[in-house]
Write a protein that binds this ligand. Sequence first.
Ligand code: DP6
Length: 330
Amino acid sequence: MSQTLEAGATARARAHSNIALVKYWGKNDAVLNTPAVGSISITLDALYTDTRVTFRAGLATDELWLNGCRHDATKASRVLDLVRYSRGATLCAIVESTNNFPTGAGLASSASGFAALAVAATGAAGLTPTARELSILARHGSGSAARSIFGGFAEMHAGSAADGLDSYAEQLLPGADWPLAILVAITAHGAKPINSTVGMGATAVSSPFYPAWLATAPTDLADMRAAIAAFDFVRVGELAEYNCLKLHALMLTTRPALIYWNAATVAVMHAVRDLRASGIAAYFTIDAGPQVKVLCLPIDASRVHAALSTVGGVLEVRQSALGPDAYRLD
Ligand code: DP6
């Protein structure tokens, strides 16, 4: 690259959060951050992160500011190091991020955060990566972030190559091709006690179910891919709920146990099953936190919203449609 990376180079990007319908939990390589299983997700339009990256002279380290508070920048630096390497540059950067939703509480803030960082950092550095390259770059911050580069339905591939280049996400279907509604029942504010990286490391070394999780993942992925291709909502919902409960069986059998649910989380799971018994196709999924995401068809969204709002302990219900690709704001 002929031009040097100038101090003051800056760019801003937006990426949307995603929720996995077939979950990622477990790594093949902690340094490359390559998942041990593939995953399939949907990107949400209502939850997003805006991130500005500015390369500055005179900074001793990268700085990460999230919603106005300084945070540890170690993972952000992994992404920035790769960008600096491809420009032969050494300048550190200030990363300023804002989430429009609670951070670190199982709403995939790291997914939208690192996807926005990958787009903003490469933009500020004057690089023009492909979507696949952006996905790989975002993965170095957080595995789930690789999926937030893409709108609609995305599939992330597990990785085993020594260079990590076989582990990236790609779009299965744009959101506009199959409008769905997602209701997010928020049951607690505040950060979760054990983050996903630490939690999945503990699972891999202690849960007796981890080998079964790895062995059954390819079947869940193939079934979900087929259900999405057939626009079979009931099948997508049943598989998502099954895969979520399998993940939580893995978490519950980790030592010490990872219990991300609270009483309201469980109450919402029952409310969703009651909705189904009354004829409404609604299905839940839960990540490493107490919030419950409920999938339904847009025509049923207001009834599902009303039902979830009356569950004891539910603080707020947010509605979302499927979101777009990550993109540059300026
Ligand atoms: C339960 O992507 O946060 O949300 O790669 O260590 O940063 P790291 O983990 P992360 O894990 C997400 C776990 C999950 C399931 C999923 O989103 O697939």
